[in-house]
Design a binder for this molecule. Structure first.
Ligand code: FE2
Length: 199
C-alpha cells in the first residue's frame, strides 16, 4: 500500500511528465518557437494579416540568396510572424504559434512577398518593432534569420543600425516607403546558410 507521501511524489512525477509531453518549447526564451508547416497551396505571396486586421497595411518582400549572397534560391519556405498593432503576439497557448504568421515559397527568382500590417513594439518595453523569419527547404535546413526592423524606430539602438549597415543588401533595419495607395512597403533580403542555427 502506498504511503501518502509516496502518492504525492507519484502525482508530482505524473504532472511533470505530463508537462514535458504537452508543453512545447517556450517561445523566444529558449530560441525560436515551433515552426508550423506550410499549407499545401503555399506560393510566393503569403498573407500574415488580412484586410480586416487592424493596423497600417504593410507589404514586405525580398529575395532569398545562397550563401554566396548572389545566387537566388527558388523553392525556399519563408515563415514569418509578428506582433499585432498593439504589440502582442497573442500566441496559441499550446503551440506558441503567434496569431499573425504566414508562409511563402520563393519563386524561380528567389522572390517572396508578404501582406500584413505594421507590427507594434512590445508594450512597456524598449524593443524595436520587428518581424521574425524562419526559412528552410531547397536543400537548406531550418534556420532563423535576423529580425526585420524598420528604420526610424526610436527603440533601434545605434549598434543595431551599424550591424545592419555592415550586412549590405541583407541589412535587417530597412526603410518603410509609403505608396500612393497608403500601403507601407519594405524590402528584406535573406541569405540562407547551409548550417542550421536552430537548436
Ligand atoms: Fe519578437
Amino acid at each position: 500500500m502506498k504511503t501518502r507521501a509516496g502518492q504525492l511524489v507519484m502525482n508530482l512525477v505524473g504532472i511533470l511528465v505530463g508537462m514535458l509531453i504537452v508543453v512545447p518549447r517556450t517561445a523566444l526564451a529558449d530560441g525560436p518557437p515551433p515552426t508550423p508547416p506550410p499549407p499545401a497551396n503555399v506560393n510566393s505571396v503569403g498573407i500574415i494579416g488580412g484586410p480586416s486586421e487592424p493596423g497600417e497595411r504593410l507589404v514586405f518582400s525580398g529575395q532569398v540568396f545562397a550563401p554566396d549572397g548572389l545566387t537566388p534560391v527558388p523553392g525556399v519556405i519563408v515563415y514569418a510572424y509578428q506582433t499585432d498593432a498593439t504589440g502582442h503576439y497573442q500566441a496559441d497557448p499550446e503551440t506558441h504559434v503567434a496569431r499573425l504568421h504566414g508562409w511563402a515559397k520563393t519563386d524561380a527568382q528567389g522572390h517572396y512577398e508578404f501582406h500584413t500590417i505594421r507590427p507594434a513594439p512590445y508594450p512597456s518595453r524598449n524593443v524595436a518593432a520587428h518581424i521574425h523569419f524562419h526559412i528552410w527547404g531547397a536543400g537548406y535546413p531550418l534556420q532563423w534569420t535576423p529580425e526585420l526592423m524598420f528604420a526610424g524606430d526610436s527603440f533601434i539602438r545605434p549598434e543595431q543600425i551599424q550591424v545592419s549597415a555592415g550586412m549590405g543588401k541583407f541589412g535587417n533595419v530597412q526603410p518603410l516607403m509609403k505608396g500612393s495607395d497608403g500601403t507601407l512597403r519594405c524590402i528584406f533580403n535573406i541569405r540562407a546558410n547551409t548550417v542550421t542555427n536552430y537548436r
